[in-house]
Design a protein around this ligand. Structure first.
Ligand code: IMP
Length: 500
């Protein structure tokens, strides 16, 4: 019997000049598996010390990633990138709306909430409820409010209006001062205090909320029990040094909008940005990288999109940390047809990642968990998802009912589509490079991401690898084996011959 290995190495699979993509190959089970699932890590390093425990980035698209998605995906160990298609009524970009999302995400799971929504004693409960709606985080509105002089964010603390202090029905015209717990009855803490001390106080005094004021009695922070519970519930959470959720925001390559966006986004605590363009191998991108590196040297910069080693080499030389790999592959993408320039998703990733020191983010064309496994196996450090996160509870937009099937759906569209109308801002030509369509409603990211993780961990176990790094080493050494698929094998590997 010959000792020849089964199948092909990655090098043999991705022959020069062949547009091989996910459905064209499968990974073979050639390794004896002896690893325990609990020893498998899915950690991805994006650069600048930013590590994800779940190697998933939510794509900066206006039907995928805004406040609720950024929060949910960060809690599940990934990270979201806030899109930049917020507009004023005249169609011009509204930078502040995007920055508001950065602030909402950063405010979410604070140990110490720096900017809780505050109200004034003279406001009516109706006005408070309106403000709660405006400051809604994801689906849930805010129910508890520190009361300060004139309602100023860090004004003199006068009391606390808690959920149990007012009725949305009976007290609409009552003033806050008549329902709040006034200062003389309020349990509060004085700054400085550690998070552990604040936690201990919450438990000892049977509290759900603890306002913290400085020596002059001015509100400094709010600590809440529900935030602490969230810490327990989501052990994978992607957090910064101050225990706030990490978040990215998208910027265009046009300096007149990008510069103020960068200024405001980073001032609001964002951890990094994505230079969001379909054509990253360009002077515009190179100049933007230089600018950001020089102005914000501590922040993560993700560039792209590109799909060739030529482009990856240039961007790495400019100092980029991480890049999106994928051109013409997205589910809503018509670039290949519109301009004839694209690359098969898997081939782009293999060839570019191999010759790049930057972190590679496989972006576009991923439809099922197995595609994510393949992307990571052939060299990506993480994936970016549009389609696979569109249609979740946390993606922007309402659930609708499909007229034909009666099933729940949500809208999903390309950022280069006529409907998204990013138009001149993103530098698209008038010929759209994306479309709008519907996707099935998928439920919550909090159910979906654990399933994706489960699939990835199962695959790692079968391949007997404990980390993405090890997976890459074994792929490059030729140990991980692949096989090309025929049409018949592709049919065979899907559901077949049963009545559905
Ligand atoms: P999907 O996960 O297959 O749906 O692909 C999502 C990716 O498609 C995004 O992360 C972008 O890189 C890319 N993309 C988004 N909008 C457009 C568009 O309008 N045209 C082409 N590509 C797009």
């Amino acid at each position: 019997m010959s000792n020849q290995r089964s199948g092909l190495s990655a090098r043999e699979l991705f022959k020069r000049g062949e547009g091989v993509t996910y459905d064209d190959f499968t990974i073979l089970n050639t390794t004896y598996s002896e690893i325990d699932k609990s020893d498998i890590s899915l950690e991805a390093h994006l650069g600048r010390n930013i590590t994800l425990r779940t190697p998933i980035v939510a794509s900066p698209m206006d039907t995928v990633t805004s406040t609720a998605m950024c929060i949910a995906i960060a809690l599940e160990g990934g990270i979201g990138c806030i899109h930049y298609n917020f507009k004023n009524p005249d169609g011009s970009p509204n930078i502040e709306e995007q920055i508001k999302v950065v602030e909402q995400v950063k405010r979410f799971e604070n140990g110490f909430i720096e900017n809780p929504v505050t109200v004034s004693p003279e406001q009516t409960i109706r006005e408070v409820l309106e403000s709660s709606q405006r400051n809604k985080v994801g689906k849930s509105s805010i129910d508890n409010f520190p009361v300060t002089e004139n309602g100023e964010p860090h004004g003199k603390l006068l009391g606390l209006l808690r959920q149990q202090d007012y009725s949305r029905r009976l007290h609409t015209n009552v003033q806050v001062k008549d329902r709040m717990v006034p200062l003389d009855k309020l349990i509060m803490a004085e700054w400085p205090i550690t998070l552990n001390q604040a936690n201990a106080m919450l438990w000892e005094r049977h509290l759900l909320l603890l306002p913290i004021a400085d020596k002059k009695g001015k509100l400094k922070y709010l600590v809440t029990r529900s935030d602490l519970d969230k810490n327990d519930e989501f052990p994978l959470t992607t957090k910064d040094e101050n225990k706030r959720l990490r978040v990215l925001f998208a910027v265009e390559t046009r300096p007149e909008f990008a510069y103020p966006r960068l200024e405001r986004g980073f001032a609001s605590g964002a951890d990094g940005c994505i230079i969001d363009t379909s054509q990253g191998f360009s002077r515009y991108e190179a100049e933007m990288i230089k600018y950001i590196l020089q102005k914000f040297p501590d922040k993560l910069i993700i560039g792209g999109n590109i799909s060739t080693p030529e482009a990856a080499r240039l961007l790495a030389k400019e100092g980029l940390h991480s890049y999106r790999n994928g051109q013409g592959t997205g589910s809503i993408c018509t670039t290949a047809g519109a301009i004839g320039i694209s690359r098969a998703g898997a081939a782009g990733i293999y060839h570019s990642a191999k010759s790049s020191k930057m972190a590679t983010i496989g972006d576009g064309g991923l439809r099922q968990v197995g595609d994510i496994v393949k992307t990571l196996t052939i060299g990506a450090d993480a994936v970016m998802l549009g389609y696979m996160l569109a249609g979740t509870q946390e993606s922007p937009g309402e659930v609708e009912i499909d007229e034909g099937t009666g099933m729940p759906i949500k809208i999903y569209r390309g950022m280069g589509s006529k409907e998204a109308n990013v138009g001149g801002i993103r530098g698209y030509s008038r010929l759209p490079q994306g479309v709008q369509g519907n996707v099935n409603y998928k439920g919550s990211v909090h159910e979906w991401i654990p399933l994706i993780r489960d699939g990835l961990i199962s695959a790692f176990q079968v391949m007997n690898v404990s980390s993405i790094e090890e997976l890459h080493k074994r792929m490059y050494s030729g140990e991980i084996r692949f096989e090309r698929r025929t049409i018949a094998s592709l049919q065979e590997s899907g559901v077949h011959d049963i009545k559905k």
